[in-house]
Design a protein around this ligand. Structure first.
Ligand code: PMP
Length: 411
């Protein structure tokens, strides 16, 4: 097993000063940094193998195709899908969820059907369903939350019923950090002949994902949140659904035959991948998966929970601070949303940046959640496995300095 104290050296970007202070990067829920190993894969591909995939018979095209498809196999193994035909490359979680609302939605959703999501969803797991509900005359329903920030399971048992056609939930909330019991929701969905869709954007980078054990029908995630490049992501879908769904985009790469007035599609997974894909991105995502596997997803999860267990009580010791989501590290990933009494979260984030500490402030693409919690915004520190207890201490010190600075309403 790799020693977590030596991991930082793989991330050159972390070794810089921001506002004359060593950078502490705690905005990992927005995007993660890339290790040299992944940057090397990108560079190697462009320096040695760059060619378009699936079309050429020349050597470079064959190498690029082989690497691209090998990456699909790495993704398959990473999420334990049954076969590579069930792994579609996308631009990211948002694209995956939009494809589903369009393609699964058009094929299967009828007037009067209910689509169930929760109040803690990211906008990309809300708006596609709003649009689908409007197109089809379906109803969008929200699962309420408990005071601790869990989905209210008693209410869920009422709301998920025989009218439900889709249940679509975040595995991990990008604000509350809570891990949702997807397997239980999948059971509730399936008993009612609904499908279980998982927004895995904040889960896949941080914990072991097994789509078969979860019995998820679909699972979407983004490469850039797990050490891979931007512009590449994955949509997993069970073959039985993907076979019955139409592609969302049409063009090169995805066709079998094109006649003058109609065409036929390639088999899975390629029928969904129209046009030149993000070849370098997919190959580098494979590199990111190799990198994460080398550390071990269980180790990453355990280490991040240790960091949360370390930092949460220290945050509360500061006083005048509210954190959101479950307080028990067992149910909390490295995402910690917080507010300081009487200081606007944007001012908190700006003040922390002055100390070299990068956090995010705002609604975190979760406006319905902010309204539900009656908050205009929060600050958010989000940890990844290359963060250390020293980073946590720097956060605490910077918050203390911020509190001190704003003590007399100074700005
Ligand atoms: N869902 C959740 C829970 C997220 O945190 C994010 C990214 N902030 C997304 C979806 C969207 O991911 P992307 O922007 O990579 O498509």
């Amino acid at each position: 097993m790799r020693d977590f104290s030596t991991i930082r050296k793989d991330f050159p970007i972390l070794f810089q000063e921001v506002n004359d202070e060593p950078l502490v990067y705690l905005d990992n829920a927005a995007t993660t940094q890339k290790p040299t190993q992944v940057l090397d894969v990108l560079r190697h591909y462009y320096e040695n193998d760059n060619a378009n995939v699936h079309r050429g018979v020349h050597t470079l095209a064959e190498r690029a195709t082989e690497d691209y498809e090998n990456s699909r196999e790495k993704v398959r193994a990473f999420i334990n899908a049954k076969e590579t035909a069930e792994v579609l490359f996308t631009r990211g979680t948002t694209t995956g969820l939009n494809w589903l609302a369009r393609s699964y939605g058009d094929a299967f959703i009828k007037e009067g059907d209910e689509i169930v999501i929760s109040y803690m969803e990211h906008h990309s797991n809300i708006i596609p369903w709003q649009q689908l509900a409007e197109r089809k005359g379906a109803t969008l329903r929200y699962l309420p939350l408990t005071d601790e920030g869990f989905i209210d399971m008693t209410a869920a048992k009422e709301i998920i019923n025989e009218k439900t056609a889709i249940v679509s939930l975040a595995y991990v909330s990008n604000v509350l950090g809570v891990i949702n019991p997807i397997k239980e929701f999948a059971e509730m969905a399936h008993v009612n002949d609904a499908v279980m869709i998982v927004d895995g954007a904040q889960a896949a980078p941080h914990m072991v994902v097994d789509v078969q054990a979860l019995d998820a029908d679909f699972f979407a995630f983004s490469g850039h949140k797990m050490c891979g490049p931007t512009g590449i992501g994955v949509l997993y879908g069970k073959r039985k659904w993907l076979e019955q769904m139409e592609p969302v985009e049409f063009g090169g790469e995805m066709i079998d035959f094109v006649n003058l007035y109609d065409s036929t599609w390639k088999e899975l997974p390629w029928k969904f991948e129209a046009g030149t894909p993000n070849i370098a991105g997919a190959i580098a995502l494979g590199g990111a998966i190799d990198y994460l596997n080398d550390i071990g997803m269980e180790n990453i999860h355990r280490y991040e929970q240790e960091l949360v267990a370390y930092v949460l009580p220290k945050l509360h010791e500061i006083g005048g601070i509210t954190t959101y989501g479950p307080q028990d590290p067992e149910h909390h990933t490295g995402v910690i949303a917080f507010n300081l009494d009487a200081i606007h979260p944007h001012d908190v984030a700006t003040a922390l940046d002055m100390e070299g500490v990068a956090v995010r402030a705002g609604h975190h693409c979760a406006q319905p959640l902010m309204n539900y919690l009656n908050l205009p915004a929060t600050a958010r520190a989000s940890f990844y496995f290359y963060n250390t207890k020293e980073d946590a201490d720097r956060l605490i010190e910077a918050i203390q300095a911020t509190k001190e600075f704003f003590k007399d309403g100074a700005i």
